[in-house]
Design a protein around this ligand. Structure first.
Ligand SMILES: CC(C)(COP(=O)(O)OP(=O)(O)OC[C@H]1O[C@@H](n2cnc3c(N)ncnc32)[C@H](O)[C@@H]1OP(=O)(O)O)[C@@H](O)C(=O)NCCC(=O)NCCS
Length: 176
């Protein structure tokens, strides 16, 4: 099935590629508080975003979309990172959903989730799942408000030992 493109009313959204790494790096550098929270390195995360896939997947299964306030505006105010068909063909993963603080709290995160669900369903996906870092409790509440439920936990290295980070998953959508 051919997926429609990801569409977000009132915003421009485009699929990013390797040439956009400096733009992504700028976005991540500005959000260094988030990367500190999750013990991530913003520069490293930006550099490896297109190649970081599980061994069973190919980099072409990684789709990264940049959100701009309007068309013809190169600056990105948000980003969503998707992995197609993982861990099973029916599931898609969200690697990261990030909205810059100046644009938060106006429903853009919620609208992006709705757009991603439509997009994934049109590509034949049935569920969305992601790992929420244990220390990112605000984000966990955000996902739970949008119908995601904790299905499992993954043990991740943290600054002071290991964290049991929740894996949250949407209800099934789309058609079989
Ligand atoms: C989570 C996030 C994408 C929400 O984006 P958004 O555009 O503000 O989302 P909405 O406007 O639709 O919803 C806002 C809600 O998100 C909550 N939220 C979750 N994490 C938040 C954060 N780090 N900062 C501010 N608000 C946050 C707010 O409390 C708000 O709740 P309310 O509606 O009860 O007031 C955004 O806060 C963000 O980019 N956070 C940092 C990155 C992150 O943690 N991503 C999720 C893990 S992959």
């Amino acid at each position: 099935m051919i997926a429609r493109s990801l569409e977000l009313a009132g915003h421009a959204i485009r699929q990013l590629a390797g040439a956009d790494v400096p733009l992504i790096r700028q976005l991540f550098d500005e959000r260094s508080d988030f990367f500190r929270l999750i013990n991530g390195d913003a520069a490293f995360e930006a550099e490896q975003i297109f190649g970081d896939v599980p061994p069973s997947k190919h980099p072409k299964d990684k789709l990264v979309f940049g959100i701009s306030a309007q068309r013809a505006d190169d600056r990105i105010i948000g980003l969503v990172e998707l992995l197609r068909g993982y861990p099973t063909q029916d599931d898609w993963c969200i690697g990261l959903l990030l909205i810059v603080p100046a644009h938060r709290g106006r429903g853009l995160g919620a609208a992006t989730i709705a757009a991603v669900i439509q997009f994934v369903a049109s590509a034949g996906g049935r569920t969305l799942q992601l790992v929420v870092q244990a220390q990112n409790s605000a984000a966990l509440q955000f996902w739970q408000r949008h119908g995601f439920v904790i299905r499992d936990r993954v043990h991740q290295q943290a600054a002071h030992g290991t964290n049991a980070s929740p894996i949250v998953r949407s209800a099934a959508f789309g058609s079989c």
